[in-house]
Write a protein that binds this ligand. Structure first.
Ligand code: SF4
Length: 253
């Protein structure tokens, strides 16, 4: 008996697909998150000093073509959660949760804190993460930048006279089930925020002293960090280390 043979063909993209992708890309490009200019609390605890310096000096980004979908999903989930916690306040008939409240950590540094639970005096930051990061955060806790961000919001709330006892980061799975939600927390410690702010100031001072605007090769003197995902860094560019772009931690050490 002769069996029929099947030849595998590459799936063909539907003509509508690129049109839809383009609408999503354009909407993302002009979203306030993408146009954000001022450094925010999520960036202060950046472990790579060189990357922090690029951001502080507003160096031109070169690695900008990455797929925006993960960030878009994160933004959409944040909006959904904000509405969900506002709805709890409505049902309770009192404000238990402060949602997306703008706080000032110090003059010139403000941020919008995802959530504050007045019943437990807990600052909560939402993160929507993929399976690899979720596994890592369950095993080793949040990356330094997330921990610093939560404590910075804690400082922002205390400046408003609102008590803060605990800071937490809630990790929501980007794919999978709600049962996969993971929470990390620790007592609020303003010293964590203060240390990060001092380091930020030192990196800024160093970048100015190196006169990186006129001598970008000075960026090469700033330490990099092995824990950072260089592929996602806006200044990552494989090849020679020009200073104005970075070939990644592995290539600079
Ligand atoms: S590519 Fe990596 S090492 Fe270089 S600045 Fe970016 S995060 Fe730091």
């Amino acid at each position: 008996m002769q069996l029929a043979t099947f030849t595998r063909t590459e799936p063909v993209d539907h003509p509508l697909a690129e049109q839809l992708r383009q609408v999503v890309r354009d909407a993302d490009r002009f979203a306030p998150r993408s146009l954000q200019m001022a450094l925010g609390p999520s960036e202060i605890g950046q472990p790579c000093a060189r990357r922090l310096a690029y951001r502080l000096m507003d160096e031109r980004r070169v690695n900008t073509g990455s797929d925006p979908w993960a960030a878009i999903v994160g933004t959409a989930v944040h909006a959904w959660l904000a509405a969900a916690f506002e709805a709890v306040n409505d049902r309770l008939g009192r404000i238990r949760y402060l949602v997306e409240k703008r706080v000032e950590i110090r003059p010139g540094l403000t941020g919008s804190c995802d959530l504050y639970d007045a019943d437990t005096a807990t600052v909560i930051d939402h993160k929507v993460v993929g399976p690899t990061s979720m596994k890592e955060y369950r095993r080793s806790g949040p990356p330094p930048a997330y921990r610093v961000q939560a404590h910075l919001y804690g400082v922002g709330y205390t400046r408003l006279g609102v008590p803060v006892r605990e800071v937490a980061v809630a990790f929501y799975p980007r794919s999978g089930l709600l049962s996969g939600l993971h929470v990390w927390s620790e007592p609020f410690d303003p010293a964590v925020a203060e240390q990060a702010l001092q380091r930020h100031d030192q990196v800024l001072e160093a970048a100015c002293a190196l006169d990186v605007d006129r001598h970008p090769e000075g960026y090469r003197k700033l330490p990099t960090d092995p824990s950072h995902a260089c592929n996602y860094c806006p200044w990552f560019k494989p090849g020679p280390d020009t200073g104005a772009t970075c070939p990644g931690h592995m290539a600079t050490n």
